[in-house]
Design a protein around this ligand. Structure first.
Ligand code: AMP
Ligand code: ZN
Ligand code: FE
Ligand code: FE
Length: 292
């Protein structure tokens, strides 16, 4: 028997719709193998993969949560904000996402121009062809470099050229964390700070909590047990919901990360309850505006 106490979720996953390597069907195949009860798709700056992933989940008997991962900024620090239970047809969300995607595409051209200036003969079209999605990012540039024989490995591409402050790194326009949270709420979703342990960003948490952040990703592949415990305590202190996920981007060192972070299902229920509240609040605000 697998009662709720034995059910687990992975709420941080990427597919080919951003910088993951799996199709939705491949991702769900692995979710099934890991015996996950629920998964959330959190591709960077897109919700395009949600419909096909939802369908694959339905066929596999897995609960699906529509999400995204937005790149935001707070006090000059890059913060990733996860949105869950999103209305993926929300007009403003789609319009903003399109803007972030244009920024990403222009950034690829600029990174390639910088590489060319460094006498690395990569073509932007090669990156776009490999990415084959609307939200291309640095991993696609790294993969295209390896494919063209310009680097030995993805690590080498990041270390030599693409990491922050390396010669081909280009900063990305980011919305403020408060605007990202507001946008997610507007689309009926729940806003969660991703992998806080990666950003050394504890000092921005009070401001984000004040901006109505709903939750914090305590469990993540790159969080040690001590770090996860620290963020559980932070969640408690700021009355934030607890989430977790593997941040699987497909095959990584021979094994996919999906399912290696197992979030107890009770946290999914708490998130869903919050999403219901957010949606009710949006509706009453809309009808208030409609009446005015
Ligand atoms: P971008 O959104 O274009 O800035 O790319 C960020 C993504 O690049 C992250 O989500 C990771 O998947 C990946 N990434 C960031 N730093 C590294 C690194 N040092 N090595 C490999 N992948 C990285
Ligand atoms: Zn990524
Ligand atoms: Fe992230
Ligand atoms: Fe991610």
């Amino acid at each position: 028997m697998s009662g709720p106490e034995r059910m687990f979720a992975d709420l941080h996953l990427h597919t080919r719709y951003s910088d993951g390597t799996y199709t939705p069907e491949e991702l769900v195949f692995h979710a099934q193998r890991c015996d996950l009860a629920a998964i959330a798709l959190t591709d960077h700056d897109t919700v395009e993969g949600c419909a096909p992933t939802e369908k694959a989940c339905k066929d596999a008997g897995i609960e699906f949560i529509a999400g995204t991962e937005l790149t935001a900024e707070q006090n000059g620090i890059e913060i990733h904000i996860l949105g869950y239970f999103l209305e993926t047809q929300n007009e403003r969300l789609l319009k903003e996402i399109e803007r972030f995607q244009t920024v990403r595409q222009n950034r690829i051209r600029e990174m390639v121009a910088r590489l060319n200036h460094l006498k690395v003969p990569l073509e932007a079209e090669a990156v776009f062809a490999l990415a084959n999605c609307r939200a291309p990012g640095r991993p696609h540039v790294a993969r295209a470099m390896v494919q063209a024989g310009l680097c030995e490995s993805l690590d080498e591409a990041f270390e030599r050229f693409l990491k922050k402050n390396r010669p081909a790194w280009v900063p990305k326009f980011k919305i403020s964390a408060a605007d990202a949270i507001e946008l997610i709420h507007h689309a009926g979703g729940v806003a969660v700070m991703a992998h806080p342990g990666l950003n050394r960003s504890d000092n921005v948490i009070p401001a984000m909590a004040a901006a109505a952040l709903d939750g914090i990703e305590c469990f993540h592949t790159k969080h040690s047990t001590a770090i996860a415990e620290h963020y559980l305590e932070v969640a408690d202190r700021f009355h934030l919901l607890v989430t977790g996920g593997s941040d699987c981007h497909g095959l990584s060192k021979g094994q996919p990360l999906i399912g290696t972070v197992k979030l107890p299902y009770q946290h999914v229920e708490a998130l869903r309850a919050r999403a219901t509240q957010v949606k009710a609040r949006c509706q009453s605000a809309d009808s208030f505006l409609g009446a005015a």
